[in-house]
Design a binder for this molecule. Structure first.
Ligand SMILES: [Ca+2]
Length: 127
């Protein structure tokens, strides 16, 4: 039983390390947003997930294309939800996620972790 649990733990750690990519968020970019509410100051401002997995969201791609927080970027509606990036930033909304209304993280990390736990439990039961 202990050996099975050890195998399952090693398997789970390997799975997590393969699924999670390092974050590409850079603190120097966040300096451009210092006048905005704290709710938007997170990796998911520009990335699909807080882990950096999934790449840039629509706002992150537009930010990169503009080379920074420009007036044009503030007037754009990167996520297509009908609100300009500037309006969303000022209200504490993430402009790269049309479903986000209060700055909550994307559920990606939780889903990945849940999948790893389920696979680990299945592995232990099979052993
Ligand atoms: Ca928008």
């Amino acid at each position: 039983m202990v050996q099975s649990l050890l195998k399952a733990t090693v398997f789970a750690m390997l799975a997590i390390s393969l699924l999670i990519q390092p974050s590409l968020a850079r603190p120097e970019y966040m300096k451009e947003f210092k006048e905005y509410p704290d709710e938007i100051k997170r990796c998911t401002l520009c990335h699909v997930q807080s882990s950096g997995y999934g790449g840039l969201n629509p706002f992150g791609r537009d930010f990169a294309a503009e080379g920074g927080l420009t007036e044009k970027l503030l007037e754009m509606d990167s996520d297509g939800d009908g609100y300009s990036n500037g309006a969303e930033l000022s209200s504490g909304s993430l402009p790269g996620n049309p479903e986000r209304v209060d700055g909550k993280e994307a559920p990606g990390f939780v889903l990945i972790l849940s999948a790893v736990v389920l696979v680990t439990v299945a592995f232990v039961r099979r052993s």
